[in-house]
Design a protein around this ligand. Structure first.
Ligand code: PLP
Length: 410
């Protein structure tokens, strides 16, 4: 079993270690929740302050042109694109993830009018399930949502499936699906593929071009660190642009928004999926946050992520044998960048850890969830987090009556 000194040595050898300085993090905090809300980076802070003070306060309305506010959704989209293996012009930042999924589901259903099923995973994130169900009902023809066990996908890919929508890394268990393999099988069945990258972008290497993905959407407030409620991003493969329609057309997806024409003419490219005015301050935050990835290889991020999650699993199993059930796959190929541990007192355990300055989160009904973010997490943090976990359980701190009632956000 690795010692604390071994972990300090791993940190000394870690090429990504200097990146921690890009983040604003209290020195004694162990943050294992960047998979839910990433921390503030110094560049984000500076970029947002510049937007407030220089662009908004001083430039006022002139900044729509002078500071390039109007082009921000596609400009920042182009900066994000390499993180998912997309090309310039294929990604736009707008709306939020659920809204983007809604747009693509309706748009994709129109591209497969001879088919009547949207297929998804019964264990998908609840927002994805709600929106897919509602969009299927509004497709303008009878369409059903079929929520399946993910292992049965191949059997379920019948000729009536128009669209398959899956989350690439499971929000609860951290299981990662085979991006290229699943997309290929979906295409072989004549259906379209929409991926939810909420727990993938900035966490694992992605290549939508090599995998021939049709559509993908994700959020930017998790591993991309763009801040609470930051906008989502949408990828539309170039070959679908101009063919798939935005079912919620608005003036900023129009080819000539300032001609104020009565009829809608979609803008070329992925801009057509924009509906409304860009959220400029939030886009600036994302623009600044993306600096943390500049010059970083996602393969290096992945290598460290697996080393961190391996270390956490090994230490928990060695120091707390039998205390938890590991829900995250051990197989590297099937593991995202989080570790989920099942325990009947999971909520109390997470609260007791938070009280000690180790922040993870709880996912109902019984999962302690820990996110591992290689840009700012140290190996020694993992070691110390497990020490805290041992002490919480030994002292039965999780049974504190203060943790009997759940907070609204868990
Ligand atoms: C997998 C997944 N899909 C969708 C969402 C919803 O994102 P939003 O609130 O941006 O619509 C989340 C939010 O955490 C998520 O984890």
């Amino acid at each position: 079993m690795p010692t604390r000194d071994d972990c300090l040595e791993l940190d000394r050898l870690d090429g990504l270690a200097p990146r921690r300085d890009d983040f604003v993090l209290a020195p004694d905090l162990i943050y294992l929740d960047g998979n839910s809300l990433g921390p503030l980076t110094r560049a984000t802070r500076e970029r947002v302050l510049a937007t407030l003070d220089e662009e908004w306060a001083t430039g006022l309305i002139r900044s729509w042109n002078a500071a390039g506010w109007m082009a921000a959704p596609t400009r920042v989209g182009d900066r994000l694109a390499p993180l998912i293996g997309a090309r310039a012009g294929e990604v736009v930042v707008a709306d939020t993830l659920t809204l983007l999924l809604a747009k693509v589901i309706l748009g994709a259903l129109d591209l497969r009018r001879d088919r009547s099923v949207v297929l998804t995973d019964a264990a998908n994130f609840h927002s994805d399930l709600y929106v897919a169900e509602a969009m299927a009902r509004r497709a303008g023809r009878p369409v059903t949502l079929r929520a399946i066990e993910r292992d049965t996908l191949d059997d379920e890919l019948s000729e009536d499936v128009a669209l398959v929508m899956l989350t690439h890394v499971d929000f609860r268990t951290g299981e990662m699906l085979d991006l290229a393999g699943v997309t290929e099988r979906v295409h072989a069945a004549g259906a379209l593929m929409l991926w939810d990258f909420a727990h993938s972008t900035g966490a694992v290497p992605l290549d939508v071009t090599a995998a021939n993905v049709d559509f993908a959407a994700g959020c930017t407030y998790k591993y991309l660190n763009a801040g609470p409620g930051a906008p989502g991003f949408l990828y539309v493969r170039e070959s679908w642009q101009g063919l798939i329609e935005n079912p919620l057309p608005g003036w900023l997806g129009h080819a000539r928004p300032f001609d104020f024409e009565r009829g809608y003419v979609a803008a070329p490219g992925v801009q057509a999926f924009v509906t409304s005015s860009p959220s400029v301050i939030a886009l600036s935050a994302l623009d600044g946050a993306l600096d943390a990835f500049a010059g970083v290889s996602m393969d290096d991020v992945r290598e460290k992520s697996l080393a961190l999650t391996d270390l956490f699993i090994e230490l928990v199993e060695a120091r707390l044998p039998g205390a938890f059930t590991l829900v995250t796959p051990r197989d590297h190929a099937r593991r995202g960048s989080q570790v989920a541990l099942r325990h009947e007192d999971a909520y109390g355990i997470i609260q007791a850890l938070i009280a000690r300055g180790v922040i993870g989160d709880f996912r109902a009904p019984d999962v302690c969830r820990f996110g591992f973010t290689p840009l700012y997490l140290r190996f020694v943090d993992v070691y110390d987090a497990v020490t805290h976990l041992v002490e919480v359980l030994e002292g039965a701190e999780h049974r504190d009556p203060a943790y009997a009632t759940r907070n609204p956000v868990t």
